[in-house]
Design a protein. Structure first.
Length: 248
């Protein structure tokens, strides 16, 4: 298994502090909040800085799991973070001895698993923690959608950081058609000081048919495949692959 916790984008506090600025609350969180209605407990695998995790914990028991201490520290300090059980752990191997009404793995965290072995391990973790009537949801970018998966891609955005002021967030990536792995570098420049921070990572794009086979092998059953967080059905050129399901 690859050592995901060594990824500097998540384990380095100097980089982790930019995560919430570059990744705002969006329709994915709205979708999960609605899916959680009626759920008495939720497990957030790959919870990151815990914005969704803390929101879910307002009305139910929630456990957030992530391998990166720097991300969990942000989660603990955020409003509502005191209501969450935060656990430093790996979504492929963690076993909590409990079952939950909802298991979520969002923010494309599933794509950090770069091998079939790692992906299957994550699905086994989901199955091990679902209650008999529980549901799961995760997201992964669709390799059939070309818009964000050019062979080479770069972009720069200007964003307002709560503490550092105006920052420039840059992204440079390269996609390997053969392996399905996208290598990228996220960079941040604090405009007022000129300080620069950057980290590299990799993610894997997996087609739906392969995902479906592994999900079934893990003892899970998909009820619906969505192509975006607005709830539209999956199709071959959809931006996302979002399965929602239960234990088989």
């Amino acid at each position: 298994m690859s050592n995901i916790s060594d990824d500097p984008l998540y384990r380095d506090p100097a980089l982790a502090r930019f995560y919430d600025t570059a990744n705002r609350w969006g329709p994915d969180f709205d979708f999960c909040m609605k899916l959680a209605e009626g759920a008495g407990s939720t497990l957030d695998l790959g919870c990151g800085t815990g914005e969704l995790t803390a929101a879910l914990a307002a009305t139910r028991a929630v456990t957030g799991v992530d391998p990166a201490t720097a991300m969990l520290d942000i989660g603990r300090a955020r409003p509502g973070g005191n209501k969450v059980e935060w656990i430093e752990g790996d979504a492929r191997t963690v076993r909590l001895g409990r079952r939950y009404d909802l298991v979520v793995l969002t923010g494309h965290a599933f794509q950090v698993f770069l091998t079939e072995e790692d992906q299957r391990a994550a699905f086994s973790t989901i199955a091990a923690h679902l209650s008999p009537t529980g549901r799961f949801v995760f997201d992964t970018r669709n390799p059939g959608f070309r818009g964000e998966r050019d062979v080479r891609h770069s972009s720069v955005r200007r964003l307002e950081h709560a503490e550092l002021g105006l920052i420039e967030a840059s992204d440079e990536s390269y996609y390997d058609e053969t392996s399905g792995i996208l290598s990228y570098e996220n960079g941040y420049r604090v405009v007022s000081t000129g300080e620069r921070f950057a980290g590299r990572s990799k993610i894997l794009y997996t087609p739906r048919d392969k995902l479906a086979a592994m999900i079934g092998d893990a003892g899970l059953a998909v009820e619906a495949w969505y192509g975006d967080w607005e709830g539209n059905p999956f199709h071959a050129q959809a931006r996302e692959i979002i399965p929602v399901g239960r234990l088989a």
